[in-house]
Structures are given as C-alpha cells and as structure tokens.
Design a binder for this molecule. Structure first.
Ligand code: ATP
Ligand code: MG
Length: 144
C-alpha cells in the first residue's frame, strides 16, 4: 500500500532487504517535491538527515520482522516545522538505544548497535508506540 499526498507519505511492503533503500529514495523524492512546490522550506542537510533516520528505522524493522511480513514506513508533518517518521513492524521485541561511548568514555567498538545512537543524535524525540495485539511503531520527530 502506498499513499502519497502533500502531508503524508506511507509505504507498506513485505519485509525484505529492498525496504530500507526504497524508503530512503521515496522519502527523499517526496521531501524534494514538497520543497519544490514551496510547501515547506528547510536547511540543506535536513533531507539527508531525515533519510538517514528513515533508513536506520527501516533497516531495524526488516531485521526484526519475519521475512515477508508487512512493514510500514510513514512520514507526516506533525507540526509546521517538524517531520514525524515512523516504521511499524510486528516484532514484540523493543528497540534498545545504546550509548555511543562506553563507561570509559571511549567509543564502543562493537560491530553493530550504532543505528539508534546515530538516530538519537539527529532527532528531537525517539520513541516506541505499541500497537496491540501485535507490533509497534518506532518513531522519531525531526524539527527543521
Ligand atoms: N524494530 C525493532 N524491533 C526489535 N528490536 C529492535 C528494533 N530496532 C532495534 N532493535 C533492538 O535495538 C538494538 C539496537 O538497534 P540499533 O539500530 O542501534 O543497532 P543494530 O541494528 O543492532 O546495528 P546497526 O544499526 O549499527 O547496524 C538492536 O540490536 C535490537 O536488539
Ligand atoms: Mg540498526
């Protein structure tokens, strides 16, 4: 399912490795179109930052949703100067945000576990909303 209009972009697909790239490309196109139509204005790096956040959330969703179960990306302007982006997946596991620095103040050198830390640095809020009977939205707001 896809809906695209001036205020909302929604993209639902079966979970697969294609999803994060699709979200990234389609979100960028939607934001660039909005700016061209002069519906919204923002600093130059806003689109790249928003695309990075969307990609991290989408990558996590397809990692934790069983393959081919539906995952949804949604972006909407929740306030005049804030973009809400969320990804829904059916996994009952909660996202865990790990600090970028260890207790010794040095960068953590684990192979993974950085995506949400990077996201946190780029957004105003990073939250989870559970959706009984199953799944959750992992969502962030990006002010501009
Ligand atoms: N949508 C999700 N559903 C279930 N667990 C999640 C979800 N998103 C994140 N998590 C949990 O939170 C942890 C941290 O996520 P994060 O994106 O920071 O790291 P990662 O995905 O493990 O690695 P990286 O993003 O650096 O490739 C994950 O390892 C996972 O345990
Ligand atoms: Mg990740």
């Amino acid at each position: 399912m896809t809906t695209t209009n001036a205020d909302e972009f929604v993209w639902t697909r079966p979970a697969s490795k294609l999803f994060p790239g699709q979200v990234r490309a389609l979100l960028r196109a939607w934001l660039i179109e909005r700016k061209a139509a002069r519906r919204q204005q923002w600093p130059d790096d806003f689109v790249s930052d928003a695309a990075l956040v969307a990609t991290e959330l989408a990558a996590n969703a397809i990692t934790h949703a069983p393959r081919l179960e539906p995952v949804t990306f949604k972006a909407t302007f929740s306030e005049p100067h804030s973009l809400w982006m969320g990804v829904w997946d059916c996994s009952p596991k909660a996202p865990v945000t790990r600090p970028m620095l260890g207790e010794d103040g040095m960068p953590v050198l684990d192979e993974g576990g950085r995506g949400l830390g990077i996201t946190l640095a780029l957004v105003a809020e990073l939250k989870v909303t559970w959706t009984p009977p199953a799944g959750k939205w992992t969502w962030a707001t990006c002010p501009f």
